[in-house]
Design a protein around this ligand. Structure first.
Ligand code: EPZ
Length: 422
């Protein structure tokens, strides 16, 4: 297991490139199951979760590989007619987003057997809405031995109103609907940019989708789809936001290349309220951080609200702000596991249910800390950038699920951060 050691106190300066979006790449790779032939995706991030998804596609009978030469992040997937429509527990337990193969498999092959993802560190994360959508379209769902089995001769279009906004639920059912008979209307659909990006890819395959990015998505089923000849995956807005906070917390001046401003409106607004000067430049977003951030309150909600995936990162900034900040987490029931570790670094954060009260302190001190989940890991690295002395973040396999060589990107901006064997 690796650890990352950060020696804090350095101001970050320069330009850094954001990789392709993890939460776009995962559903897009799953969508390759919808059409036979050779799919080519570019700017695919080099992440553990992407590696797992490619492995999953291979276990089902696809060929999938990341090319070592040619444009950055080129991944090819060859989908064959003869697919084993199963996602085994061994893989699903390591990455719950594996459940995204469910919709494509039922739509294309009339059946799927996918291990139930189970919970994870940040919450129970059920998939009842995914199943509700497939059932509404005529799939027969059975749960047995920790697996969900779904069968349907041919899915029929339906109107589905999600009980709550679900990103992968919207994506799974949208992928099922593109080959269903007739029209499907998704109401209370997720509006995340990654949902729009998936719809762009499905449209390239020949799908007929209207309204992606709005709460109502209409899909008219088609008989078959064709492989994606070339698609460049959109930049990762959460990695971009994380790098903006790295500039903010070190009082630095950083240009985050490929960041898309309209994908981060809520986070940018909070960073500006906290005293950051953020400007859109031709190739990305520039952030100039304040000496001491101003305290702001944060409440996470579905897009376009403040993203839950940026909550831990903003909390670290608030930990060294000039007052008290109230941070409310409305999406996941257990997404404050970074708090205990930050308090060990000298932060003053107390939790009351789904709310954290963050009393800003003047200094954080480096310490050995433990990563527990993906965004918590990133927040501990950010804290290390500000803290006096050395911070050792252990179990960085959590970080590697969603960030491509983050310590190298930070080092290129002047950070003293190195990866070592734990
Ligand atoms: C996606 O997870 C992202 N993952 C998450 O990113 C992100 O935090 C989350 O959306 C919210 O934006 C991917 O896209 C691969 P949800 P997802 O379904 O789809 C409840 C990261 O750090 N719910 O939108 O699993 C659920 O428990 C990861 O990159 C049900 O109750 O999240 C949660 O409380 C973490 N039943 C809420 O809805 C369902 O059937 C939102 O979950 C589905 C969801």
């Amino acid at each position: 297991m690796d650890k990352i050691v950060v020696n804090g106190g350095r101001r970050l300066e320069g330009t850094v490139e954001v990789s392709g979006a993890k939460n776009a790449a995962l559903p897009i790779l799953a969508s390759a199951l919808l059409a036979d032939g050779e799919h080519t995706f570019r700017n695919t991030p080099g992440l553990a979760d992407v590696h797992t998804m490619l492995k999953l596609l291979r276990t089902m009978g696809c060929e999938a590989e990341r090319l070592t030469e040619g444009p950055k992040g080129t991944v090819k997937v060859w989908t064959r007619p003869a697919i084993t429509p199963e996602a085994p527990y061994e893989l699903v337990k390591t990455m719950r987003a594996s459940v995204l193969v469910l919709g494509p498999l039922v739509a294309r092959h009339g059946r799927a057997r996918v291990s139930l993802p189970g919970g994870c560190a940040i919450g129970s994360r059920p998939i009842d809405q995914h199943l509700k959508g497939l059932e509404a379209m005529g799939a027969e769902i059975t749960l047995a031995e920790g697996y969900v089995e779904a069968r349907a001769k041919r899915l029929r279009g339906a109107t589905i109103n999600f009980d709550m906004v679900t990103v992968t639920g919207t994506e799974n059912v949208m992928m099922a609907a593109v080959l269903a008979e007739g029209r499907t209307v998704l109401e209370n659909a997720a509006r995340e940019p990654e949902v729009e990006e998936l719809a762009r890819v499905l449209t390239k395959m020949g799908a007929r989708i209207q309204g992606a990015g709005t709460p109502v998505i209409t899909i008219d089923g088609v008989a078959s789809l064709k492989a994606v000849e070339d698609h460049v995956i959109v930049a990762d807005r959460i990695e971009a936001g994380t790098l903006l906070v790295a500039a903010a917390i070190t009082g630095g001046d950083v240009l985050v290349k490929h960041a898309v401003p309209e994908h981060l409106d809520a986070a940018i607004q909070k960073l500006r309220e906290a005293g950051c000067r953020i400007t859109a430049e031709p190739h990305g977003l520039r952030c100039v951080g304040p000496e001491v951030p101003r305290s702001v309150d944060i409440t996470t909600s579905e897009h376009p609200g403040f993203p839950t995936d940026m909550q831990a990162q903003l909390m670290v900034l608030m930990a060294v702000a000039d007052g008290t900040s109230i941070i409310t987490e409305n999406i996941f029931e257990n997404r404050f596991m970074h708090v205990a570790e930050l308090d060990r670094m000298g932060a003053h954060i107390s939790i009351k249910g789904t709310t954290a009260v963050v009393k800003g302190v003047q200094r954080l001190s480096g310490a050995p800390v433990m990563a527990t989940d993906l965004r918590a890991s990133a927040s501990l690295i950010l804290a290390g950038l500000r803290a006096e002395g050395h911070t050792e973040v252990q179990r960085v396999y959590h970080l590697d699920r969603g960030y491509e060589r983050l310590e190298e990107k930070l080092r290129s901006l002047g950070a003293d951060a190195v990866r070592m064997k734990a």
